[in-house]
Unconditional design. Structure first.
Length: 298
């Protein structure tokens, strides 16, 4: 069975698809002005096309105009290999909605380009799912802090940008004993309490992550070791003064901490912070240790 349509049938088929599809079909002239659009364009606040229609970029929010403009320029130049481009638009109800668009040239029999044909479709659900997957990849599900993968990425970024600051590490003291004696649920409660304490006591620019079972890391950008010491000492002291319900008991849970200056390498920075944390535990826990000064060979 063939699929050949007459010109009139093709026109009717196009009209049917344009009216029933959730996609928005647009035709522009060489300047990018819309000369024809399917009914779906009403979602973007365009009820009727005037004699001189809006420019395609008028439908695009500011942050997406550069990408859509490049795609339009390529189509007007005759490029056929169009890719989908994502961009935000403001709909008729003043709500920002994400779309994707694909633009192809309209070419006469002579080979001359006389306009462009574009297809737009909403991708809000897909972007929402992608954002959820991204958040799940970089979020610790128990504390809702960023996880070790996110911490490593952010520390690498700070070093690459040459940003000065400090790395603080904290570890809940005797955490394995808490888990073994009172159960994992009690241990989880302790972790959540400490995560909430960090959120409450640290500054908005500080980046808090859970990087291990009972271990937390904090990136303190544009912070001197002395400033970091004052901030983190308050954290250790406040944690020790709290009384937490653990099982049927109300206990004081302590934490050990360390501080290292962010240096030229990620591994070196983490190693020095971990060494200082080990020293804090070796010296009796419930304390903060600064990194040891590096020895300079003579």
């Amino acid at each position: 069975m063939g699929m050949n349509f007459t010109v009139r049938e093709s026109s009717a088929l196009y009209g049917l698809l344009a009216e029933t599809s959730s996609d928005i079909i647009l035709k522009t002239d060489l300047q990018g002005r819309i000369v024809h659009a399917s009914p779906g364009i009403r979602r973007l606040g365009v009820e009727r096309l005037a004699e001189v229609g809006p420019h395609l970029l008028d439908l695009v929010a500011e942050q997406g105009r550069a990408a859509v403009s490049r795609a339009l320029d390529l189509a007007i130049a005759g490029e056929q290999g169009a890719q989908w481009v994502e961009f935000p638009a403001v709909t008729a109800d003043a709500r920002e909605t994400w779309f994707e668009i694909r633009i192809r040239p309209l070419v006469e029999e002579s080979g001359a380009v006389y306009g462009a044909l574009a297809v737009m479709r909403t991708i809000d659900e897909r972007r929402s799912l992608r954002d959820q997957l991204f958040a799940a990849t970089y979020t610790d599900p128990l504390t809702q802090l960023t996880n070790r993968a996110a911490f490593i990425s952010m520390l690498e970024h700070m070093i690459a940008q040459g940003m000065e600051g400090c790395l603080a590490m904290f570890s809940i003291d005797f955490f394995r004993t808490i888990n073994m004696k009172y159960g994992q649920t009690a241990g989880d409660d302790v972790l959540r309490v400490f995560a909430d304490l960090l959120r409450e006591m640290l500054r908005s620019d500080d980046i808090i992550s859970r990087i291990g079972s009972e271990r937390f890391a904090v990136l303190l950008p544009r912070t001197t070791p002395e400033q970091a010491q004052a901030i983190c000492t308050r954290v250790v002291t406040t944690m020790a003064n709290l009384r937490q319900n653990v099982g049927d008991n109300r206990l004081a849970i302590t934490t050990s901490g360390s501080i290292a200056r962010i240096a030229e390498t990620m591994d070196g920075t983490i190693e020095r912070a971990e060494l200082a944390l080990f020293c804090a535990k070796a010296k009796g826990r419930n304390r903060l240790e600064m990194e040891k000064p590096r020895r300079i060979a003579v």
